[in-house]
Design a protein around this ligand. Sequence first.
Ligand code: IPE
Ligand code: IPE
Ligand code: MG
Length: 247
Amino acid sequence: MSSKEQIKMNALPSHVAIIMDGNGRWAKEKGKLRVFGHQNGVKAVRDTVEAAAELGIQNLTLYAFSTENWNRPKLEVSALMELLVATISKETKTLMENNIRLNAIGDLSQLPKNCFKELQAAMEKTKGNSRMTLHLALSYSAKWEITNAVKLIADKVKQDTLSIADINEEIISAHLTTKDFPDPELLIRTSGEHRISNFLLWQIAYAELYFTDKLWPDFRREDLYEAIVDFQNRERRFGKTSEQVSV
Ligand code: IPE
Ligand code: IPE
Ligand code: MG
């Protein structure tokens, strides 16, 4: 039985997040420059987005560029930004055809102007689409996001529009970039690294983590299906006992 047939369609994770890692190593294995890996990573993005939407997953978040990634060699950063602009402008049509909304999270003010504009245009064009929301984490880091939330909350306290006693988990969630969407239930990381790399630290408090050795450019829909089957075979206890959750 293929992995897709094993998926229980009534128990899909409502939000899947992916740390797309391993482009550089994929290229190196082939004796090519790192940017060749990034270019081939786009195919994996296309296949994964299409498969997730077809399945009926409501939210897919892809970690495309971290705040730490700004520290990479200038040439790689500019190649990545150019690739981003080209991909967004080319793929907007497909997003429309597939009824997929594009959203971006991160410190977007750091993006080059043309990149920011392209992104805004694609988000505006797709904002009425409802089958799935594709969230791109760009110039994103969880520590940046949480710091920002703390500033916003502190300002409200200072302005007397929020009292300290009323600060709770919901209030904090409501000041994050992900405020309008459910937390990821499944987090996938490719390339064999077992770390979070500053991604969605608050939101993944109870996510199931799935690691695969596949390098991102080799990731395909079948790999997504396998991750979902694995997720569905886990018992999510949320602090309770097995007996409590299995009734
Ligand atoms: C992921 O692949 C893409 C980005 C972080 C932009 P990497 O570029 O990190 O590839 P490796 O991890 O060096 O192989
Ligand atoms: C994490 O990958 C960020 C993205 C996938 C965009 P990195 O390759 O930057 O992470 P580290 O450096 O291995 O932690
Ligand atoms: Mg990496």
